[in-house]
Design a protein around this ligand. Sequence first.
Ligand code: G
Ligand code: G
Ligand code: MN
Ligand code: NA
Length: 249
Amino acid sequence: RTLEGDLRRAITANEFVLLFQPRCDARTLELLGVEALIRWDHPQLGRLVPDDFVPLAEKSGLVIPLGEWVLRKACDTISRLPALNVSVNVSVVQFRGGELVATVASALKATDLPAHRLELEITESVLIENTEKALDILARLKDLGVRLSMDDFGTGYSSLGYLRTFPFDALKIDRRFVGDLDHSKGALAIVQAILGLGRALGLQVVAEGVETQSQLEHLKADCCDEVQGFYLGRPMTEEALHAFIAERQ
Ligand code: G
Ligand code: G
Ligand code: MN
Ligand code: NA
């Protein structure tokens, strides 16, 4: 048996789980949306995180059907929760196949989720690989009405130019910078610079990996729009998300 064989069977065997992590208004802490995060409950190996199997899914092409499942599941779950937005991570491999736009359109149609409530999180690798093609796909995704965000912002090397060239609505500050906010002047300077850049370009800025009150205070002081991280809530099941929402009402 191989992990790839297991992966091939896992979709039909229903072994994947989609968790949802809160994204909150930085000032009011109101719940605005969730990021969908996949897990694999492997029958022998237990619960696997994306680092354990997404690279293999990308190499084998299985990330295409897997990505379809994630989009459908995320849209379906959130369509039943009034006013909540959902963001979904999209792999560079999903951009190669050429079916991404159709896959997103059919997930929205099948679940009746208004397009503006779906955000696709994209990493820089998508833009580096084939800039022309990526630009075309992103433009067609924007035409559908979905939001686009640049994920892991600050960790790449040419992100600044991309922000101008590509039709992003938001950028997500990588949790490495947020995690160092309390004890590193350098990290604070970088976060402040990203927030200033986002503001100047009219982009919404989301900070990831917020774990402490004091990190939150730094981010609020510099007008960060949204915060995500263990301080606000861990990735949770759909049932736990319902309880999380009920508790806040
Ligand atoms: O889930 P975790 O909290 O461990 O996320 C680790 C990484 O896995 C994140 O950077 C995220 O971008 C990626 N990831 C999580 N869920 C998905 C998914 O559904 N599809 C893809 N392609 N990547 C995902
Ligand atoms: O898409 P991305 O790579 O950014 O995925 C988010 C990842 O960060 C997921 O693996 C998620 O479980 C993880 N994560 C979310 N909040 C926190 C946090 O507050 N601290 C840490 N260390 N990891 C977090
Ligand atoms: Mn992400
Ligand atoms: Na990220």
